[in-house]
Structure formats: C-alpha cells, structure tokens
Design a protein around this ligand. Structure first.
Ligand code: NAD
Length: 441
C-alpha cells in the first residue's frame, strides 16, 4: 500500500491535468480492449467466482465494458454553476477538482463489474487510484492490470493491490494520503472502515447489503411476476446485494403464488458453471455455503417449512463436482418476521414467502428491517404502485420488474444499506471536490 500510494501521488499531477477528452480517450481504449477479450474474461470470472459462464458472458463482463464507456462519455458533459449578485457587484461560480488518491474496495460477488464501476468514474474525474479487489476473486482484476497497461494508462494512475481485508484493506483505509474511500461490501466491514477513516474525515461512499422485499398484490400479473421473482431471488446464486429475500404475497393469491413459485424454482437448474442449461453455479466458498445452510437449519428449528431446495430435493451433479459448493434454490414459508431468516442478509439462494392482508400492513413489515437497499412491487394498479414505491424505505424500487438499471440515476441504499449514491452525477460529485469562488468586479 505504501508503494501504491507513492506511485499514485506521483502520477496525480500529470493525470489530473489532462483534459477530460484525453482521459475519456484512454477509458474508451480500455473498454475496447476489454470487449475484445470478453470471452477470456468471462471464462476466468466464472471459474474464479463460481457463477455460470452464461451470466459472466452476458452480465459481468459486458457491464464492465459499459462502465468504462459510460464514464468516458459522462465526463465530457458536466457543467458548473454561476450566480450573480449585481447589487453587491459580484458573481459566484463553482469549480470541481479531483480529490487525489482514491481508495477503492470491492467484494467478490460481481468481481470485475463492481471494481470497474469504481475505477472508471474515479479515473474519469482525474483521480489516481488504489483498488483492492476481494481476496476471494482476484483473477479478472489481475487480467485488467495487463489490459490497463496495454491501453496506455500511465504508470501509477491505477494501482491494484491484492490481499486480505484486515491487512491490505485496513492499510488503505487508514492511510493519511488517501482522502477518499469508496467501499462496496458488508455492513460489519463498513463499520470498521468508518471507524478507521474517522480520524482523517475521509470522503466515504458505502454500498452495503440488503434484505430486499418483493411485494406481490392480488392484482399482479403472475405470469410475469413469478419468473421474475425466481430470478430476483436466485440470480448469481442469490449473491447479488439486490436479490429478493422476503416475498410478501397478498392473502387472496398466496396459495396460487406459492404453488407457481415453488414449481418455477424447481425448474432452476443448479449445475457446473460451464453447463449452458444451468441457471445457478456454485457458491463462493465452503464457509459461505455453510453459513447459508445454517440459516435453513435455524428456520427449521423455529418451525418453518422448507418448500423446495435444501434438505427437500436432490442436487444432481456430475460425480467429480459433488464436493463443490453447490446448493439448491430454497424456499421457506411459515416463518415469523422476527426470524433471522427474515431480518439478516443471507446472501445466498434462500428466500422466504409470507402472506399479508393490507397495503398499510405490508409497507410497515417491509420497512421493519435495518436494511433499505432495494424493493420490488408487483401490481396492476398504477396508483398503488406509485403510493407504495414512495413509502418503501429503499434506495431503489422496481415495479413490475427487477434489475433494470439506468446508469445516469442514483444507485445506493438507505439505512444500514449504505451512505452515498453512485451514478453519473453522484459519482462525479463524490470523486471531485467542489469549491465556490466569489469574484468582486
Ligand atoms: P466484505 O465486507 O467481507 O468484503 C468486501 C471487501 O472489503 C473485500 O475486498 C474485503 O477484502 C474488504 N475488507 C474486509 N475487511 C476489511 C477491513 N477490515 N478493512 C478494509 N477492507 C476490508 O463483503 P463480501 O463478503 O466481499 O461481499 C458481500 C457483501 O457485499 C454483501 O453484504 C453484499 O450485500 C454487499 N454488496 C453490496 C453491493 C451494493 O452495491 N450495495 C453490491 C455487491 C455486494
């Protein structure tokens, strides 16, 4: 980290004084090279993380390419403000300057996607970067280093440091010459980062976990809602911060929804990541698999029912893969809102389905957890959709859909799901300092 800080500080004057157009050209060059190596990166990401190759090919790597292209373009379009006070003979305007050396820390679930979602805006705004990917998924970050060199990123502008959180992450967070930390990961780690960075009053962006509700009203179109909610619960093995893990269904359609949801979940094939028919691959690690399974055990001990998946259905895998960290998508019912399965982030292929009576009741129950990242609302009633979306304590609410992103708009969570937002304007604001200048004329 010391060596990286030195390199990043030395590179800062040169990189920050380049025009946005020049920086944009370099970012576009990175995007082009990454796109040309898409298959190679997708194969590596899938092997490293356990996700299906299909998902790495269609989501992780294309989105990483898009991250560079998006910020290469958006950096060209920022303007500043100017106001006048003629009666005092002066005008005021704002300027933005890059912050300096940006510390970026990312998790293992969408390794290259989330790393580049930080590197691209930080570089575009003129900062130099020290990035620490998760120690569990280092391969595509390593491959990216080579590609950044090839794209002509000057030495010292992006420094990727590999290593474990308590050692490398803490050295970065507590380094006095790194004034900004952008972190995506778990809430307990965010607490530690907040403590370590507090003495320096660092700029902090924290993108954390969720306990995301899906609310299904009786007028929902179940033909669309059921498959979308299976996907929102189990995509990437349920290892996406935006995954649904509490499904509230209005009582009048509860039985029908549950029947169809369990049937559709059973159709989700768990397979080796290269299997083109697999919807889910392997979980990240043995420790994580055991943690996810322990939640199912706790639910059973509390008297809940497991409708499909873990302990109920049989996992069918080739003999040589049976020791892998695979788990069936699991649906739990008859569980209380206070249960840890309904309040804690499991971050695996486990979701709970519970009934509700009224709109007011479900809003209160959906909001009753400490997290506030994302929610989905399923209803054909346009008034209800607007009303409920506004009252939910979540930074992102999808209605009759899931995971449709508009990169310009703010992304992030409320409550324990984080502080700060990411997006075109929000990331630019975060990765720059603003100053107001008053001119007396
Ligand atoms: P984690 O908090 O264990 O680790 C995240 C990163 O922080 C890793 O690089 C890790 O090495 C580093 N780290 C760990 N301890 C550290 C310390 N003491 N100081 C500095 N850095 C440290 O999280 P994870 O298990 O890798 O990721 C899963 C979590 O990430 C889930 O909670 C998930 O919801 C969250 N997540 C949130 C978003 C979002 O955008 N809100 C996106 C993806 C994942």
């Amino acid at each position: 980290i010391e060596a990286a800080v030195k390199a990043a500080r030395e590179a800062f004057p040169g990189w920050s004084s380049r025009s946005p157009q020049e920086r944009s050209r370099v970012l576009n060059q990175v995007a082009d090279l990454l796109e040309q190596s898409l298959e190679e990166f997708a194969q590596a990401e899938s092997k490293d993380q356990g996700k299906t190759l299909a998902l790495a090919r269609t989501m992780d790597i294309p989105r990483s390419v898009q991250n560079f292209r998006f910020f290469a373009s958006s950096i060209l379009h920022h303007t500043s403000e100017c106001t006048q006070m003629d009666h005092l003979g002066c005008m005021h305007y704002t300027v933005r300057t890059p912050v300096g050396v940006a510390g970026l820390i990312s998790p293992w679930n969408l390794p290259l996607y989330l790393l580049t979602w930080k590197i691209a805006p930080a570089m575009a705004a003129g900062n130099t970067v020290i990035a620490k990917p998760s120690e569990l998924t280092s391969v595509t970050a390593w491959m990216l280093c080579k590609l950044l060199n090839k794209a002509g990123v000057p030495p010292g502008v992006v420094n990727i440091v590999f290593g474990a959180g308590p050692r490398v992450g803490e050295a970065l967070v507590s380094h006095p010459e790194v004034p900004l930390i952008s972190f995506t990961g778990s809430q307990p780690t965010a607490e530690r980062i907040t403590q370590l960075s507090a003495p320096y009053c660092k700029k902090l962006s924290l993108e954390l976990g969720g306990k995301n509700p899906a609310i299904v009203f009786e007028d929902a179109n179940l033909d669309e809602c059921v498959p979308a909610t299976v996907r929102s619960s189990f995509a990437n093995q349920g290892e996406i911060c935006l995954c649904t893990s509490r499904i509230f269904v209005q009582k009048s359609i509860y039985s029908e929804f549950l029947k169809r949801f369990v049937e559709a979940t059973r159709e989700w094939k768990v397979g080796i990541p290269s299997d083109p028919l697999a919807s889910m691959g392997a979980l990240i690690s043995k420790a994580h698999l055991e943690k996810v399974r322990s939640y199912v055990k706790k639910a059973l001990a509390e008297g809940a029912q497991i409708r499909c998946g873990e302990g109920v259905d049989k996992l069918s895998l080739p003999a040589r893969n049976q020791a892998g960290y695979f788990m069936l998508p699991t649906v739990i019912t008859d569980i209380k809102d206070e249960s840890c399965c309904m309040t804690e982030e499991i971050f695996g292929p486990v979701t709970c389905v519970v009934p509700f009576d009224s709109e007011e009741e479900v809003i209160e129950r959906a909001n009753s957890v400490k997290y506030g990242l994302a929610a989905t609302v399923w209803s054909g009633n346009v008034g209800r959709v607007h009303r409920v979306a506004k009252k939910l304590q979540a930074g992102l609410v999808w209605t009759n859909s899931w995971l449709i992103r508009e990169l310009n708009l703010p992304f992030g969570g409320m409550k324990s799901s984080g502080i700060g937002r990411e997006g075109a304007k929000d990331s630019y604001d975060f990765f720059t300092e603003i100053k107001t200048i008053t001119i007396k004329h």
